[in-house]
Design a protein around this ligand. Sequence first.
Ligand code: 26Q
Length: 791
Amino acid sequence: MTKTIASEDLQFNILRHLKKSLGKDTANATLYDWRTSLSLALRDLVVDPWFQSTRKTYEAAGKRVYYLSMEFLIGRLLEDVAVNLGAESASRAALESLGLDYDEVVHDEPDAALGNGGLGRLAACFLDSLSTLGIPAYGYGIRYEHGLFEQHFENGRQIEVAEGWLSQRHTWEFERPEVNYPVGFGGHVNGTWEPAETVIANAYDTPILGWKARWANTLRLWSAKPTVLFDLGSFNRGDLVGAVVPEALARAISRVLYPDDTTEAGKELRLKQEYFFTSASLQDIVRRFKSEGFDIETLPDHVAIQLNDTHPAIAGPELVRLLVDENGVEMKTAIDIAKACLAYTNHTLLPEALERWDLGLFARTLPRHLHIIEIIEEEHLAATGSHVRIIEDHSVKMGELAFVMAHRVNGVSALHSELVKKTVFHDLNQTYPDRIINQTNGVTPRRWLYSCNPPLRSLISETIGEGWVDDLEQLSRLEPHCADSGFLDAFMAAKRANKERLACWFSDKTDLQIDPSAMFDVQIKRIHEYKRQFMNILETIAHWNEIRDNPNGEWTPRLKIFGGKAAPGYVVAKEIIHLINDVAKVINADPVTQDRLKVVYPPNYNVSMAEILIPAADLSEQISTAGKEASGTGNMKFALNGALTIGTLDGANVEIRERVGAENFFLFGLTAEEVVERRNQHDYSRAAIAASPRLTRVLNQIADGLFSPGDPGRYHGLVRLLHEHDYFLVTCDFDDYFDTQRQVDSAFVDHARWARMAALNTARSGWFSSDRTIRGYAEDIWNSSSLLDRS
Ligand code: 26Q
């Protein structure tokens, strides 16, 4: 399907779009105009592979995969499309002859930030892999008008500002005004459901191109519209505001992404969002299935629906409702059909993060579904003798609902899946012993190595050819070269180039001068107590103390980089951000530690920032309390790009360490079992603090206001938290973490050793491709296959 793309043709089409699609000429074209013109010129090349994939899918009459997710954290798409089309150098050349810089144009694109973090980014990697593998699939989600908020710092405090990615033309989507479905809420059930309120779900399609443009799937996002565009009655009565209220209420449903990556459910609008996109997606799926003329009972032969966490768990009762109420299927049969179609991925063990809906709210919003859930529950209890209920304590438990209605339930790393069996779904696992399986997460190598790390990409391709890009396990062929000092030098030269790129980026954005030969130590992820950014900054202070105590010692220069957002209502997380910024201010101004220690926290961490930071990292911080991080996927991106990990035995860290080798991984901390034990010990945190003079000193410094001189009491709450409710065992793991960091210091100055360890991390990370993950889902859950003709 791939043809070589000539830069002259591309240039012609860029100029054509500039003129005919944007109505601009070269004299007054802005960067935005050029970027949009290039995007449209490349988009033209996506349409044929997209149509051909649709045609082949239709002809095969096989199974389609439907990935339902409240979040798709896509980031930028232009570079992705250019790379998959093989049009990167043609684009570069075409722009250059127009006097433009490709990188500048590509970086002008705003991120599509329709997600909070790991779960949303995983969905985006999965779309990439589904297309690369040629598996017929649709992603279904919400076209939020405002994605994840922008983070600003004001005197070190996080401020949230609404994000507006759609204020510019979003070049990649095709609006489908003719594809729309009614979605009802509230009302009564009198034999049939009569909703009190109805909104329209309107489809927008984005083609998702796979590697070498061999295949393209569709991401279909729903936008909420009113059934009546404008309340002319109110307007005519002179009520101008009242005339737009119904419209505003309807559109509110797809207005904004919920910025909480745990807890904080219970909001009516959130429940409406979940039902809105799930119902529209299922109506679309059933309509497509029926249009092909199959018997409704064969739905599971043609449809596999994956639920990305419980957010779309209403899919169970909704599919039953569509089958029973709108297609005349008998209830018991409908439940069986739905189960055979549905599968559920769990991403969290934190009990407070498991979704539950207040029964009253649920009954008011989705009365018909509540009734169906009661029948599902009854059937489950009667058929199995289980005592696990779906409706309990005046709430609807979405985890239990998703579990009961799925034929497979999966965790996202080996450790996590075992813990899912032992903890949250212990009893249900006894009742349905073959239902829970594991599918360890992965990341797309197209974005997370090929695109974001050009120097390493070139070195790898020169050494082993280009086959690794869609067959990442080929990276193991680098292993013999990891004994060759020439290769290792080239490997570290690539790392150095990425670090210099990052240093330039920093000098553009901050007034900080950065030494590219320092160790770049990076922790980027959402701010959470369990992820323990707090422990990292405490260790930073302890290290700073040590340097000041012995200013003439041999210290390994380090740059500590933090990045990440806190949920707007998460007070402790916001205090941790403030503390990191306050500490950075003091340490960066200290002449004694000048060349040895710096702390930076660039605001508004997002996918695009990750693409600059990860290739430049020497050290990857994966330091969550064991048993709390379901998998992690950043950890995989770092290892793939030749950073060494300092980490606990948590989530996929366990599997990363197994694969890269224990000698190439800096392990510390309590195990998941030890964590549970330690929590049972009386006053464990006070004991740990008392046993560590180093930690005691740091906590006293913070409590004395060393980092908040104008406001010495600022962090008393945080310090007290560690003494009294150190639920995430920062105090218990602190000393081991500190000591392990000193081992990292000594390893880093042994350049040859470090280079070998780093290169081995890349060579042995091929298994963490999301292509491998998707093959696992296709085989063990969906029973679906590739339609690529492998020639
Ligand atoms: C729920 C209810 C109301 C509002 C928001 C939410 C909500 C939103 C997002 C709850 C959870 C999330 C996101 C969770 C998440 O990102 N989990 C991460 O998933 C990754 C992919 O599997 C894992 O690698 C991470 O370990 C896990 O934390």
